[in-house]
Design a protein around this ligand. Structure first.
Ligand code: FAD
Length: 259
């Protein structure tokens, strides 16, 4: 008998953030499945509802839950014309889902040296990858300041705000250690420019708004989500001296593209 590369898990919970558009699922977790915060799983959907159904489609999903949690949580958009996300959205508690036994990805705090400031810049569901990092005491020990910037279109896409606030209360040693900056590009938020992350980096406003400097000597930047944001931000930051690590030399930039 061949050893499968995946395990069969069961959906144990769902949250509908914006009906038909943004949702989260919680699944059981294989006790042998391990990951580093920031990594992603490969999720497979069963070809039919039978217990021995094979997975027929796979997609990458960042873990939302911390590494020590009993289950796994994933935060997803519904791409209406997509092959995977509408089917994932249809799953109900008790349904099966497959999880590759291996976790993947290199956007982890291990990439960065001790100390300095961690900038977590996300668009949309790119927020997912940062949530387990925020629920890891090592992140708060490693960095003097942590700046989380979540860029979305509409304000109701600013999900997980209660969890973010509660993680800050749990881990931050003082009020200065953590900054959370929600941004909406198509809706006015109080005291916040209606702008994209990349525009605010270029103009220097991101530094003003967060009260932190994007100094390559002390800032370690992560970019996650929309590849257009990642590419543009990467260019702007490269001009300022930010670069990924190479051949064992730690860098100050790490990225994850979602498509
Ligand atoms: C490393 C990695 C981690 C990922 N983690 C997540 C995650 O945590 N949550 C999540 O929702 N998706 C995540 N994705 C994207 C996910 O794998 C699927 O692409 C997504 O669920 C849509 O699948 P689909 O088959 O329905 O559409 P696809 O055919 O895969 O995508 C169709 C189009 O939809 C758009 N799109 C895809 N994903 C997104 C997205 N997340 N937000 C906005 N537009 C999108 C793009 O324009 C894409 O070309 C990740 C992708 C990668 C590579």
């Amino acid at each position: 008998m061949t050893q499968e590369k995946y395990t069969r898990q069961i959906i144990t919970g769902r949250t509908e953030w914006i009906p038909g558009k943004l949702f989260s699922i919680v699944t059981t977790k294989d006790p042998a499945f391990q990951f580093v915060p920031g990594q992603f799983a490969r999720l497979g959907l069963p070809e039919n509802a039978l217990d021995d159904a094979k997975p027929d489609i796979w997609r990458a999903y960042s873990m939302v839950t911390p590494a020590h949690a009993d289950g796994l949580e994933f935060y997803s958009i519904v791409v209406p014309e997509g092959q995977f996300s509408p089917r994932l959205h249809d799953l109900q508690v008790g349904d099966a889902i497959y999880v590759d036994k291996t976790a993947f990805g290199f956007m982890t705090i291990e990439r960065f040296p001790q100390g300095g400031q961690l900038w977590m810049l996300a668009t949309g569901t790119g927020l997912s990858a940062y949530l387990p990092m925020l629920d890891d005491p090592q992140t708060w020990r490693q960095f003097e300041r942590i700046i989380l910037v979540h860029g979305v279109r509409q304000a109701n896409e600013l999900t997980y705000q209660e969890q973010i606030a509660s993680l800050a209360r749990k881990y931050a040693v003082n009020e200065q250690q953590f900054v959370y900056l929600p941004l909406a590009s198509r809706e006015a938020l109080p005291n916040t420019p209606q702008a994209r992350i990349t525009t605010l980096i270029s103009s220097g406003q991101l530094e003003q708004l967060t009260g932190a400097g994007l100094d390559p000597a002390i800032a370690r930047v992560m970019l996650c989500g929309n590849p257009a944001m990642v590419t543009d931000a990467r260019k702007i930051l490269a001009d300022r001296g930010f670069a990924p690590g190479r051949r064992g030399v730690p860098g100050n930039l790490a990225v994850e593209n979602y498509w």
